[in-house]
Design a protein around this ligand. Structure first.
Ligand code: PA5
Length: 339
């Protein structure tokens, strides 16, 4: 897993170049774009919405389900994203898109989705095999970004992408296994989280996907239960849930993810929330994004979380790579054969 995280920058470079060279273009600007995917293959869509949602000429919806919403029709664009190409929810949404006559695009490393795309003449951006889906984030996100530019949904942004990839590469040097704990923020943060209950709070609507990514990476790489939420919504309900002095509150380690583009009101909310919850016994620290563009800043936080999850897994004495419960669940479902 360490090598995969370290390889994210070169994956991103190759993915972005390949996506923009794809030999297809849409007939017309879609009314909406729907990306179907699960887990590690859905997060790229969430990140794209946080990063570029404001610039998109049409709504971009991430669908984590077997079927599409009722309003989706032939004037939309459908993207099926499944690293393995075998995820049943995504395959089912792909067929649903076909029934509704929605133009489709596929992102995968092979599997059934690739076979169906070949059969149907659906444009397909292929990823190399051999990754855990979550570790292919360089491929999945930068392919998706490249495609949206290629399709004219977003304007060109080569310099911004180069800077973001540069940040990912620099993080691998600063946070990789060779960098000692004394100068490695990811190892320090993993040590702080070790033995505690990680809670990720993302400030503002730009950091929801990053907070989700941290949580799912902690789940899968560190094999721990974790929680995430976004502000300001957290301030309107969940904050009250910390009032009773349960024993586990003292175990909580809250990471407040923050970006300088956050509204100052939301930043104030995060700081006050941290103060209130610390008084209740939880430990709290802010983690700031770094970089010029929003893309660079989002990825500065994302890769930090990836490295933290790796080191927390190692501190927990587990192998970060396998996901036994996911594999078991998928094979039991297959054996159950329920239509
Ligand atoms: O991280 C994982 O392994 C999962 O979250 C998978 O991404 C998820 O089960 C979907 O599989 P795939 O990405 O192959 O479509």
């Amino acid at each position: 897993m360490a090598a995969r995280i370290a390889g994210t920058a070169s994956d991103a470079t190759r993915a972005f170049e390949a996506a923009q060279a794809l030999p297809w273009k849409p007939a017309a600007r879609p009314r909406a774009i729907l990306l179907a995917g699960m887990g590690g293959s859905a997060i790229a869509g969430d990140l794209l919405v946080d990063y570029a949602g404001d610039e998109m000429p049409a709504p971009f919806l991430v669908v984590r389900d077997y079927s599409l919403p009722g309003w989706a029709g032939p004037d939309c664009l459908f993207i099926a994203s499944s690293y393995s190409g075998n995820t049943e929810e995504t395959l089912s949404a792909y067929e649903d898109a076909a029934r509704r006559g929605i133009p489709r695009v596929a992102l995968c490393s092979g599997g059934r989705l690739q076979e169906l795309a070949l059969r149907d003449g659906t444009p397909c951006a292929g990823f190399p095999g051999g990754y855990q889906p979550r570790a292919a984030i360089g491929w999945s996100f930068f392919t998706l970004l490249g495609i949206t530019i290629r399709l004219g949904l977003l304007g060109p942004r080569d310099r911004e992408v180069a800077a973001a990839i540069g940040r990912i590469r620099e993080s691998a040097e600063r946070m990789g296994p060779e960098a000692p704990e004394v100068s490695n923020p990811a190892k320090q943060l993993a040590r702080w989280l070790h033995g505690g209950f990680p809670v990720l709070y993302g400030a503002g609507r730009r950091l929801g996907a990053v907070a989700l990514r941290w949580r799912t990476q902690l789940n899968e790489n560190s094999k721990v239960f974790a929680h995430h939420h976004a502000l300001p919504e957290q301030n309107h309900n969940e904050i009250v849930g910390w009032e009773l002095p349960h024993a586990w509150l003292a175990q909580a380690r809250i990471v407040g993810l923050s970006d300088r583009g956050d509204l100052s009101r939301v930043r104030a909310r995060l700081e006050i929330t941290g103060r209130i919850l610390s008084e209740g016994g939880a430990a709290f620290q802010m983690v700031e994004s770094v970089g010029d563009s929003l893309l660079e800043r989002l990825f500065s936080l994302l890769v930090l979380g990836d490295w933290v999850s790796l080191y927390l897994g190692l501190l927990n004495g587990v192998d970060p790579t396998p996901v036994e419960n996911i594999n078991r669940l998928k094979s039991e479902l297959e054996r159950a054969g329920v239509p």
